[in-house]
Design a protein around this ligand. Structure first.
Ligand SMILES: Cc1cc2nc3c(=O)[nH]c(=O)nc-3n(C[C@H](O)[C@H](O)[C@H](O)COP(=O)(O)OP(=O)(O)OC[C@H]3O[C@@H](n4cnc5c(N)ncnc54)[C@H](O)[C@@H]3O)c2cc1C
Length: 371
């Protein structure tokens, strides 16, 4: 089959971009060495929270643009795939159970309000009226009513099906490198041989630098390990995402609560460690003491694709025909809808209202630096 665009990696970014390109009539081939969605995309908590994750500025604007698209994106993926993605509103809360953290929250609320962003400040009683499972020690909270969460495992499966039904093809196997001929992209070198294509979208998450022929500088993407522990509560103890200064709790409608997550420079070593679990379980019980009696039903770890400045890498590289959808670090689930729209628009050469330059790969190469 002839291919117009090859997408390397079938995580949320690769599948989302492939969906949009297929809908635009391009012949898209997604190359995935493992199972679509098997890596960071299915390990995530699924929190959709610009309020907690981003300071006011272009990155916050990008996160908000994606959050604004989430309701329609979830409905579209569900309609195309016939599968539920676990999208949940109800807001997110950032709580303080420690008097030393309460002024930090107040400072954040003031900064967000000055920037015109929407946040409500709650005292401890008001926070517990919304979430009775929270600790009696809760001193106060910020509530971001427009935020929510999604179940990344369900989303990864559904997005894969949606992209396939829209016409994208998927092929298992390792991509060794981007093939460049005459100064522009000619396709990729796959374990089965050369696959010619006019354009390549690199969406290989934390492994993006291992794909030869990328034109990113050394250190542009690195793995930051995150561990998760899942507790089971029946009936469900919480109904919305809770952040503390130590991590977060993400409740699923069936009563499972994900406790996350560590931030570790551990290379590509996948492991759930005693120290990691200890921190997660401590933060869980501190925020919601009834969790001390909840069974731990699952644990895992995976790798956030982190960049030196914490921003994603989106849009064209230097080599004509090469595009990036990587480096989403802690917010790749939140940013999946806007990434799909913006990176596909860049491939198609269609203008978009959002300026991609703060997120372009060129920002990572110091001016005048040898490459
Ligand atoms: C513990 C944890 C919690 C998180 N929580 C949240 C959260 O609550 N909210 C949020 O928004 N984000 C969260 N994230 C971040 C989010 O998961 C990532 O930013 C996002 O999943 C990145 O998507 P991706 O498609 O770029 O990467 P991945 O899902 O890692 O996909 C990359 C794919 O490329 C494939 N690949 C790599 N190299 C090759 C190759 N050479 N050939 C073929 N295939 C290749 C891999 O097998 C993989 O499937 C979390 C991450 C972690 C680890």
């Amino acid at each position: 089959m002839e291919t117009d665009v090859v997408v390397v990696g079938a995580g949320l970014q690769g599948c989302g971009v492939a969906l949009r390109l297929a809908q635009a009539g391009r012949r898209v081939l997604v190359l995935e060495r493992s199972i679509p969605g098997a890596e960071a995309s299915s390990a995530a908590g699924g929190i959709l929270s610009p309020g907690v994750e981003a300071e006011p500025g272009p990155f916050h604007d990008l996160c908000m643009a994606s959050l604004d698209r989430w309701t329609a994106f979830a409905a579209e993926v569900e309609r195309l795939s016939g599968a539920w993605v676990g999208y949940r509103g109800g807001g997110t809360m950032e709580i303080s159970v420690d008097d030393r953290f309460t002024p930090v929250l107040a400072g954040r609320a003031a900064a967000l309000a000055r920037a015109g962003l929407s946040v409500e400040v709650l005292d401890g009683d008001a926070a517990r009226r919304l979430e009775p499972g929270l600790s009696g020690e809760t001193r106060g909270a910020l509530w971001f009513p427009g935020e929510g969460s999604v179940d990344p495992r369900l989303l990864g499966r559904a997005l894969h099906v949606a992209a396939s039904r829209a016409g994208a093809s998927f092929l298992r196997g390792q991509v060794r490198g981007v093939a460049v001929e005459g100064g522009r992209v000619a396709g990729v070198d796959h374990e089965t041989g050369r696959i010619p294509a006019e354009a390549v979208v690199l969406a290989a998450g934390a492994w993006s630098l291992q794909v030869a022929g990328n034109d990113l500088p050394a250190g542009a993407v690195r793995p930051v390990r995150g561990q998760i522990a899942v507790l089971d509560t029946r009936p469900p103890l919480l109904s919305r995402v809770i952040f503390t200064d130590k991590g977060y709790l993400v409740p699923r409608p069936d009563g499972r609560i994900l406790c996350g997550s560590t931030m570790e420079e551990a290379g590509f070593e996948k492991a759930v460690t005693a120290g990691g679990l200890l921190r997660l379980l401590e933060l869980a019980v501190e925020a919601a003491p009834a969790l001390a009696g909840a069974p731990v039903v699952e644990t895992w770890s995976n790798f956030r694709p982190a960049t030196p400045d914490g921003l994603p890498i989106l849009g064209p590289g230097r080599v004509p025909g090469l595009f990036y959808a990587t480096g989403h670090y802690r917010n790749g689930v939140l940013l999946a809808p806007v990434t799909a729209d913006l990176v596909s628009a860049a491939v198609l050469g269609r203008p978009e209202r959002i300026d991609l330059s703060p997120f372009g790969p060129a920002r990572l190469t110091p001016r005048g630096a040898a490459r």
